[in-house]
Design a protein around this ligand. Structure first.
Ligand code: ASP
Length: 372
């Protein structure tokens, strides 16, 4: 597979921007380049955990990605290096190493990535034994003709291209949480499947209320999207998925168009939250298509949240007011460097610009819901 972008692509995204690049020095926090068009202002947008976890290092994920983009790294390399910090941090139990395991106590990880200018994509689902599924997703994009490899095949692929395979990605924290969940939900192993599923969710939420696991980590993911001075756009999403899920369950995160979608001419969108609600409508793709028709990232995202709301009709998924009783967030940026974080309920998201990293409130469609 050629690693070079084609000529048309080069003319569009390379040569046209070359003059601008030459005029834009590497950007560091607090020192915005003198002349930057809005389109050429580097930017990183991510889920809030992108500006929280540091894995014992000096910077958060969005800072790392922004620094690398500003120093001229490939945008996808930079974003993946950013989310690697979150994947490797044992305290973040919704992503990578130490992510909450599936119902059998096995950590299964999902990730996908898209490279706007190269028009490449890759993903892995239900991957076991590799702490950084985003790097394996990138290897799928870089080294194969495929877009998605799952399960044992994903692990064999990872082993084959040199990743270290570990027996168990649980940390003491995630293992302890799983043991408690198991104790509460499956004392005799023979529950009616519907009752068992219901009991599983209720027990999970009860444990969150009791502070045994973080509510954010019942669901939880990082999506991270970025734009460099050449207007090149990439994105990556990585997660351990729904806590205590049925083994093999894939959510939205590894699916192109759902957990992430990038179009270099238009923008990027990615998500965290209830993956099934997103998968039903391939919502990240739809948000990018909304932007293609001229919508601002915020409006593009809010429009799709409305659609999810309309598609949510099952009673078990609705609150007393008839609104969805789950959370879903989208992180959106366009080729002009405009961005938004949108969500059902008030939440936060992260950005990093030449002014440094920030955690900002999302644009929320519904008021805060008491967690019942
Ligand atoms: N979207 C992820 C999934 O459904 C989980 C999350 O982001 O909360 O697997």
């Amino acid at each position: 597979m050629s690693s070079r972008i084609n000529r048309r692509e080069f003319v569009k995204t390379g040569a046209a921007a070359a003059a601008a690049i030459a005029a834009v020095p590497a950007t560091v926090f607090g020192q915005a380049p003198a002349v930057v068009t809005r389109a050429a202002r580097p930017l990183v947008v991510s889920a809030a955990n992108g500006n929280h976890y540091k894995n014992g290092g000096p910077v958060t994920g969005v800072e790392k990605a922004f620094q690398m983009i500003s120093q001229g790294s490939d945008v996808l390399d930079a974003l993946v290096a950013g989310v690697n910090i979150v994947e490797l941090d044992p305290d973040e139990s919704s992503v990578g190493y130490g992510g909450l395991p599936n119902a059998d106590g096995v950590v299964q990880l999902d990730s996908c990535c898209m490279h706007g200018p190269k028009k490449r994509a890759g993903g892995v689902g239900a991957l076991e034994g590799v702490r950084t599924p985003s790097l394996v997703a990138k290897a799928v994009a870089d080294l194969t003709d495929h877009h998605l490899i799952v399960g044992k095949g994903a692990q064999e692929f990872a082993r084959g291209v040199g990743f270290k395979i570990e027996d168990d990605l649980n940390t003491e924290k995630s293992r302890k949480a799983w043991l408690e969940w198991k104790r509460r939900t499956d004392p005799d192993h023979y529950l009616d499947p519907a009752k068992r599923q219901q009991a599983g969710l209720l027990a999970t939420l009860q444990m969150a209320r009791e502070g045994l696991i973080e509510y954010e980590h019942v669901f939880g993911t990082i999506n991270c999207d970025g734009l460099n001075a050449r207007g090149e756009i990439c994105g990556v999403t990585t997660t351990s998925g729904l806590a205590f899920k049925i083994p093999g369950r894939l959510g939205d995160s590894p699916i192109l168009g759902a957990g992430l979608y990038v179009d270099n001419e238009v923008g990027a969108a990615g998500s965290t939250g209830r993956g099934e609600a997103n998968l039903y409508g391939l919502c990240s793709f739809m948000i990018v298509e909304n932007m293609r028709r001229g919508m601002h990232p915020k409006d593009a995202g809010m429009d799709i949240l409305q659609r999810i709301r309309k598609n949510t009709i099952e009673k078990r998924l609705l609150d007393e007011a008839g609104n969805p009783n789950f959370d879903i967030n989208f992180y959106v940026l366009n080729a002009k460097g405009e961005y938004a974080g949108v969500s059902f309920r008030p939440s936060t998201y992260a950005i990093c610009t030449e002014n440094g990293p920030q955690t900002l409130p999302t644009e929320a469609m519904l008021p805060l819901r008491p967690r019942t």
